[in-house]
Design a protein around this ligand. Structure first.
Ligand SMILES: Cc1ncc(COP(=O)(O)O)c(C=O)c1O
Length: 388
């Protein structure tokens, strides 16, 4: 029996060859593959700067720090995300907050954001940063979010970890037209992978330089410290971390990047087939993906919300039924505010009902570029049979 998982990397012979070349080169870290990778991604996104780092979480952390987030501040994100979106705020010593999602798109609801900002202004508690998450690869309504952020003087970090290869209003996500910074993840199940890795895009040169210094221990070297400084002299001038990414990872990332549009197109075709096959199924909702034309998803995840109550099935029973047939569904995500650690910070059930209702019903179906249309047909047959 073939087994189907929600996501999986697709690594080919060219990728392996490029990694082997990096191993035989003079540099294992901070060499030409890093530079070429950063340049290629910046050009593709249409952003001035790209910084590659060791993972998406580090990328979010640097973005928040670079925007001055610190103790006494708040940073708001979506409760329906991976814990890293809110953890990045805590790593800065700031307090995380959440704005519930729109139950159609599963992205941060700009109307709720507006109300939350209004209230926060009255209470003198506006966040310094908001981190909208492009859930499952679908861009948030960034134009509206940007307008609100400008009105209230808030900085914007796009958590675009799911959305490399997506587009918004005709431009690639990562252009930073509507944000201060955008962040991608290169974890194995994402649009492309470098094993582990993250990318930070920005058009703000000072912010870029600050984040680049923090990526490398906060050290500055040679002429960067002032005219006449000898090239061997390095000094720690800012807070910093070792968030560097090595050449093997950049070699893999760069090779994968040359296939990004092809992989996203494959995901789109597979998602289209799912939607054709499942659209008419009784009591099975799919993510509303902005067919209005403002956004083209990168199709990181295919989200399905079957109405199991109406069929007298529990979520666990449905999951088990499909697993027995080789179809291993996943759920993204247990809402952040419900995690044990976040309950300890004062969050809890009932605070973000749309995210909570989503978790009660949702599954992520198998979707990755190693699948073919006939695989989707098989998965759909099994899902429809399991619902029957
Ligand atoms: C929405 C979101 N934000 C942040 C991250 C963190 O990325 P990484 O795993 O590369 O640290 C992830 C990773 O899964 C994610 O899905």
């Amino acid at each position: 029996m073939r087994h189907y998982h929600y996501g999986r990397q697709l690594v080919d012979g060219d990728d392996i060859q490029q990694v082997a070349e990096s191993l035989a080169s003079d540099f294992l870290s901070q060499g030409p593959f890093l530079e070429a990778f950063e340049e290629a991604v910046a050009r593709y996104c249409g952003a001035r700067h790209c910084l590659a780092v060791c993972n998406g979480t580090a990328a979010l952390h640097l973005a928040c720090l670079g925007l001055g987030l610190g103790p006494g501040d708040a940073g708001w994100t979506s409760p329906l995300s991976f814990v890293a979106s809110a953890n990045a705020v805590r790593y800065c010593g700031a307090r995380p907050g959440f704005v519930d999602v729109d139950p159609q798109t599963m992205n941060m609801d700009p109307d709720l954001l507006e109300r939350a900002l209004e209230r926060a202004q009255q209470e003198g508690a506006l966040p310094r940063v908001i981190l909208p998450v492009h859930f499952a690869g679908l861009s948030c309504r960034m134009r509206r979010i940007r307008e609100l952020a400008d009105h209230y003087g808030v900085r914007v970090v796009e958590d675009a970890c799911h959305a490399l290869g997506a587009r918004y209003r005709g431009e690639p996500v990562g252009s930073c037209r509507w944000s201060d910074v955008a962040v991608f993840s290169l974890h194995p199940v994402k649009s492309i992978t470098s094993g582990e890795g993250g990318l930070i895009l920005t058009n703000d040169t000072r912010l870029y330089e600050a984040m680049r210094t923090m990526r490398g221990h906060g050290l500055a070297k040679g002429a960067a410290l002032g005219p006449g400084t000898p090239p061997y002299h390095a000094e720690m001038v800012a807070e910093g971390f070792n968030y560097k990414i090595c050449e093997m990872q950049c070699a893999l990332g760069l090779s994968q990047f040359s296939k990004l549009d092809r992989y996203v197109a494959r995901r789109r075709a597979l998602a289209g087939r799912y939607r054709e096959r499942l659209a008419l199924a009784d009591g099975l909702a799919l993510q509303e993906t902005g067919d209005q034309g403002f956004a083209e998803s990168a199709w990181h995840l295919l989200l399905a919300l079957p109405d199991l109550d109406a069929r007298g099935l529990t979520k666990a029973a449905f999951h088990e039924r499909l697993a027995a047939r080789g179809i291993h569904l996943m759920v993204h995500y247990y809402p952040i505010h419900l995690h044990t650690l976040y309950r300890g910070l004062g969050f809890g059930p009932g605070m973000y009902p749309h995210a909570e209702a989503y978790y009660e019903r949702a599954f992520s179906l198998p979707l990755h570029p190693g699948l073919e249309l006939k695989d989707v047909d098989h998965v759909c047959d099994e899902i429809l049979a399991a619902l029957d």
